[in-house]
Design a protein around this ligand. Structure first.
Ligand code: ADP
Length: 498
């Protein structure tokens, strides 16, 4: 403060406009008088800072006892004695801001400025500053999370160098910021694969590149884990199958900070699975032909014996025939599964009449299972666009299951209902039912409810899996409602023509 005419007092300040400015200032301000630093003036902000205590007229040490041990009185003494200002930056002060409450830490930027009279003698101290706690805390939080991130980054990098897999790190925008040594060994020192550079290098198999870009972009947008199988080109030119995976690292608010990922060589496993699938596909295909001709021969034989009046042999042959049908179905199921897995289940779509198909299938099923009556509760017929044979296969499967799993019942009900945008088809039985927790599982491959008594029902657990695949590909849904002991209703829907 410069030389002033006389010693300023609260009276003179209050009598001017200065007093308003002083009160409304966004900064905290107070004046301290004498070597004991007695509060003369304190504006609202200052009072707010110290918890609205009655400070005016009291020395600092008495008004704010908690600050004595924090070095502030010493600082004030020095300023008072030397006349030199003290500037504090982000100084922590612990204050009793509420009676009885624990001390609260505030961060403040402030100045202690000596007030001097005409003889240049210090008579007091002008205190002026701002509470920067919020900014400091936010900054500290950011610094802390940056530090943590850096730490986890370093740990990850160190870790990855010991790993047999290729590993990478990417920022929230998907730019690769790090590849471990394994990567460079594999790609053979290709430069500029970081960032999105990998996209333009001959690394991904041309048939897999777009899929990789799409999946990666999808994960970046949604935060969903990245998981993909693709072929990566080794330095010697060989493409090898890899499982690519990445997980997001988020801050406390869930914001994605970075991605950590790996590429694992799964070439051998992939080929082994491929071989198994190929084997199943070839074996079931090759089995189909002889079984079909065996069936034709037994039918001829059955007819011949029947014509000759040898009913006993003919009846035996009829049973053989029924077994051959089962075998044919099993082979068909296996073939379908291999087709689904290799994405080769072909659909031949055309228009067909819903009720005509149902009547036809029911008739067929009744022929081979005369233990049950099949009741029909059909809504009006509708035109469906889809693969008639495949949808017929779903219906056959649901009906044969209904019969198979209700050995003590006499009937099965097939019903249709026209809903707004789809046709709902249901098959109800009054059999053993399926426990609640297994109901979603029955549509999975090879799943069979292994309750006691289940061994009485042979099967591979493929029918519903194939059915659900067909329904899904037809644009519909399939589900089941069931109660153990009273029976099940399987439903599926087919979209209606608009
Ligand atoms: P599979 O009948 O050849 O075992 P599915 O895929 O057709 O194979 O059925 C899977 C499993 O679901 C069956 O093993 C059976 O446990 C259960 N399941 C299917 N349909 C019914 C039904 N109508 N009632 C009770 N359980 C059923």
């Amino acid at each position: 403060m410069s030389k002033q005419a006389g010693k300023p007092s609260s009276i003179s300040l209050q009598s001017t406009k200065l007093s308003d400015l002083f009160q409304q200032s966004p900064a905290f301000i107070c004046t301290l008088h004498g070597p004991e630093h007695v509060f003369e003036l304190a504006n609202n902000r200052y009072l707010q800072l110290v918890g609205f205590r009655d400070v005016v007229g009291q020395p600092v040490a008495k008004a704010l006892p908690e600050v004595v041990d924090q070095g502030f009185i010493k600082l004030l003494d020095t300023v008072y004695q030397t006349g030199k200002p003290f500037i504090g930056n982000e100084i922590v002060v612990s204050l009793q801001r509420e009676k009885g409450a624990p001390l609260e830490e505030r961060y403040v930027n402030f100045i202690y400025q000596a007030m001097k009279d005409e003889q240049d003698k210090v008579f007091g101290i002008f205190v002026h500053g701002v509470d920067v706690t919020d900014q400091v805390l936010i900054r500290k939080q950011i610094e802390e999370s940056e530090r943590k991130l850096q730490e986890s980054e370093n740990r990850f990098k160190k870790y990855t160098e010991a790993m047999p897999q290729m590993a990478f790190m990417a920022d929230a925008k998907g730019n690769i910021t790090f590849f471990n040594e394994r990567w460079y060994e594999f790609v053979g020192g290709l430069e500029d694969t970081e960032g999105w550079g990998w996209k333009d290098k001959p690394i991904h198999h041309p048939d897999d590149l777009q899929k990789a870009i799409d999946r990666w972009s999808h994960s970046l947008e949604t935060g969903e884990p990245y998981e993909i199988e693709y072929r990566l080109r080794r330095h010697d030119g060989e493409y090898r199958w890899h499982l690519g995976r990445a997980l997001p690292v988020t801050d406390d608010s869930g914001k994605i900070l970075q991605w950590l990922g790996t590429n694992t060589d799964i070439h051998e496993q992939k080929l082994a699975i491929q071989h198994k699938d190929d084997f199943l596909a070839i074996a079931s295909h090759e089995l189909k032909t002889p079984v079909t001709s065996i069936k034709a021969y037994t039918q001829v034989l059955e007819r011949n014996f029947r014509n000759r009046g040898d009913d006993k042999t003919a009846n035996t042959l009829e049973r053989v025939n029924a077994q051959i049908d089962k075998l044919t179905n099993l082979i068909g199921d296996l073939l379908d599964v291999t087709k689904i897995q290799s994405g080769k289940l072909v659909f031949h779509r055309d228009y067909f009449d819903s009720n005509a198909l149902i009547e036809e299938i029911v008739e067929e099923v009744v022929l081979s299972a005369d233990t049950h009556q099949i009741e029909k509760e059909l809504d009006e017929t509708v035109r469906i666009f889809g693969d008639r044979d495949r949808i017929g296969q779903v219906l056959t499967n649901l009906l044969t299951n209904a019969i198979k799993y209700s050995p003590d019942a006499k009937k099965v009900v097939v019903a249709t209902k026209i809903k707004k945008e789809y046709l709902e088809i249901s098959v109800q039985d009054f059999g053993i039912g399926i426990p609640q927790e297994k109901q979603a599982e029955v549509f999975k491959q090879f799943f069979r409810v292994t309750d006691d008594g289940q061994s009485a029902f042979p099967g591979l657990g493929l029918g519903l899996y194939i059915s659900s695949e067909i329904v899904r590909r037809s644009g519909g849904k399939i589900w089941v409602e069931s109660t153990v002991g009273s029976g099940s209703i399987f439903y599926f829907t087919l979209p209606l023509e608009k």
